[in-house]
Design a protein around this ligand. Sequence first.
Ligand code: DAH
Length: 346
Amino acid sequence: MLKKLDEIKSKAILELGSVGGLNSLEDWRVRYLGRKGELTNVLRGLASLSLDERKVIGASANEVKALLEAHLEQKRAALKEHELSMSIELGRIDVTLPGHPLPCGRLHPTTQIVREICAAFVAMGFQVVEGPEVEWDYYNFEALNIPPYHPARDMWATLWIDYETETGERPMLLRTHTSPMQIRVMERTRPPVRVVVPGKVYRYEATDATHESMFYQIEGLAVDENITLADLKGTLYEFARRLFGQERKVRFRCDYFPFVEPGVELAIDCFLCGGRGCRVCNETGWIEIMGAGMVHPNVLKRVGYDPSIYTGFAFGLGVERIIMLKYGIDDIRLFYGNDLRFLRQF
Ligand code: DAH
């Protein structure tokens, strides 16, 4: 039987040499390794042998089987390669066709606009800085002229951090705006100050077409000698022109923010309805994009700036609203819904 195995092995390898295509390779496989193939027959015959013979012949048969299988795979790979080169030669594969496109990532629309806005201010001499999203009550409120229990705190629906001091106070929160960075920047620099601060802010709020519980703001601050409200207006007009083009209408109105005096609100005419009133602009025709004002003397004093020497202006804008204006998006929830059909458009 060992001799028979040897014969099968030599014959199979010899025949394999003259196999010239994948079809005849399959015939070869069936003939030797198939269910009724020659080698399989030998393995079947083992049952009638004694235990000792079975051991020796079984091992040898399995060896031959593994060898033939290895030869089979080798031959198959060689034939495939050959077929491929033949089809290139015959022109059946058009190698001039473009390849499969590689998926390519891109920046989130918010990131793109944050960069664009910052670039507009950088061109006007501002520096870009960032600050913490988990903030102390002191920076988010108190130093901004909003003492504890002052009703102005109601302007920001706050998410408090579960952290208590020994005296039972809860002084840590998720910043509700980027304004705390005004204080942090002034604390560590002397005038002149010109910074913009992009970043995430958080509000404890129900979401709808124009509200999200997490969104982006960009804060701005300029403090120096002789800064006036005219500087504020000129800077923000210039910004609006750079971002929205000459034709966009801009509106300044008085507004209240505890850390500025006087305070203003800047609005742009609604892109969607052209000013007639719709869901996005809350039927007013205008979309408020930022608050601004002259830095309150109390705020300057708090950081050790002398308000009789230094004045300044500050502003804070909602980034998503600006993107909505620019591209005509009517629902802020699309930004962080992670729907690729939306994101791929930018
Ligand atoms: N921090 C304000 C808010 O989130 C926006 C704001 C208003 C920022 C007036 C300012 C400012 O710097 O001067 O509602």
